[in-house]
Design a protein around this ligand. Structure first.
Ligand code: HEM
Length: 351
């Protein structure tokens, strides 16, 4: 019988993760300088926020960050999954860094705590093996004759065409998720809901995270390739924004698997429950200094309290990958990789 939060680690997982690290590093090394993130390269702002843990939470939810009512200073990096043009369909990221969080973290660096979310409830790969297969198809596409079609087609489309022919058409579930994931056209980063897709511990429980916007901001009429940055900056120039930060408990291990983030957990069976509010005050989140500051940050779902340990194969793979990739990105750009100091961020925000 499957126990709540129970992981099951395939015997070949370590080797697959090593392969993923090598493949991802190779792609990064071959990129043009300065090196941007291999995934989620473009951001729309470096946003100041507060993460306010609810008072009077049910005892079941009071673990780790949520044990006591508290307010943590926070920073949010909103990003595109792949595209540099905001008018194109894409997945979008919301990476949150909390400051002044006491206690040892699973990545032992500083007092910061990260959450990494996207604007889709599920992820297209089941585990490290699923991701490796897809990545292999992508690498082959990069070397194959098809990219030569880039004379006629954008390179990305030619490569994805090859990935479709060699891999995705045999994996209709992954294809459907990927299509839905990369076809979002939000009016503003403040208008979307974001999910962890993968599970995490909440003390003895397993949960998924999500951030739900309170109210949709007025659309910002812009046809610019940077329309998401413009919409974010326009809204925050005059108005606050906020998100409810919520958890969904794994109540039925069979239908709410730990090892398959392609499966959405049914909110009818286990409703989302609010544990905190993210408050974004009026500010200017896109000064050149702030944009550079966020460029040099690194987020990692493993930078967290042990009470919120990431669970499942995709998360286990991300531990080594995010660490290796962000280190190499910083090295190649000649920038020191260190967790940011809150006062440094506050100075940039105040200036
Ligand atoms: C095995 C699966 C995955 C791989 C190999 C992978 C790979 C990566 C890499 C290499 C980066 C850039 C790291 C850096 O240079 O700092 C990244 C960033 C990111 N990933 Fe993943 N990822 C995976 C799964 C996921 C999942 C399940 C989510 C869903 C929430 C996700 C959301 C993001 C976001 C939002 C960022 C941007 C973080 C930032 O703002 O710095 N990834 N990913």
């Amino acid at each position: 019988m499957i126990q709540p939060g129970m992981e099951s680690v395939p015997s070949d997982e370590e080797a697959l993760i090593e392969r993923l690290v090598t493949q991802n590093l190779k792609l990064l090394d071959e990129s043009t300088r300065p090196i941007m993130r291999g995934q989620h390269p473009k951001h729309h702002g470096c946003v100041r926020a507060e993460f306010v843990v609810e008072d009077g939470l049910d005892g079941q939810l009071r673990h780790g960050l949520f044990a006591e009512p508290a307010t943590f200073p926070a920073l949010i990096r909103f990003s595109n999954g792949a595209s540099m043009d905001d008018r194109k369909g894409d997945a979008h990221g919301m990476a949150i860094k909390l400051f002044d969080v006491p206690g040892d973290k699973l990545l032992a660096q500083g007092n910061t705590h990260d959450f990494v979310l996207i604007d889709h409830p599920v992820f297209f790969a089941r585990d490290a093996a699923g991701y490796v297969e897809l990545f292999d198809a992508l690498l082959k596409a990069k070397q194959s004759v098809l990219p030569k079609l880039a004379f006629f087609l954008p390179r990305f489309i030619a490569e994805m065409g090859h990935v479709y022919l060699t891999h995705l058409h045999n994996h209709p579930d992954e294809l459907a998720i990927m299509r839905a994931m990369i076809s979002k056209h939000p009016d503003s980063p403040l208008a979307s809901r974001y999910w962890s897709t993968t599970p995490y511990r909440l003390g003895p429980h397993a949960v998924k995270w999500c951030a739900q916007p309170h109210a949709a901001p007025a659309p910002s009429p812009s046809d610019s390739a940077d329309k998401l940055r413009i919409a974010l900056a326009n809204h925050l120039a005059t108005s606050e924004a906020s998100f409810d930060f919520m958890v969904q408990l794994q109540t039925e291990p069979e239908s709410m698997p730990i090892e398959d983030p392609r499966r959405e957990w049914d909110a009818q069976r286990s409703p989302w429950r609010k544990v905190a509010t993210l408050k974004l005050p009026v500010q200017k989140p896109d000064t050149p200094e702030l944009m550079t500051f966020c460029e040099h940050l690194a987020f990692n779902p493993w930078r967290c309290l042990p009470e919120h340990r990431p669970l499942g194969g995709v998360n286990r793979a991300r531990k080594a990958i995010y660490d290796a990739l962000s280190r190499r990105r910083h090295e190649l750009n000649g920038v020191a990789q260190a967790e940011p100091d809150l006062s440094e961020f506050q100075q940039l925000w105040a200036s």
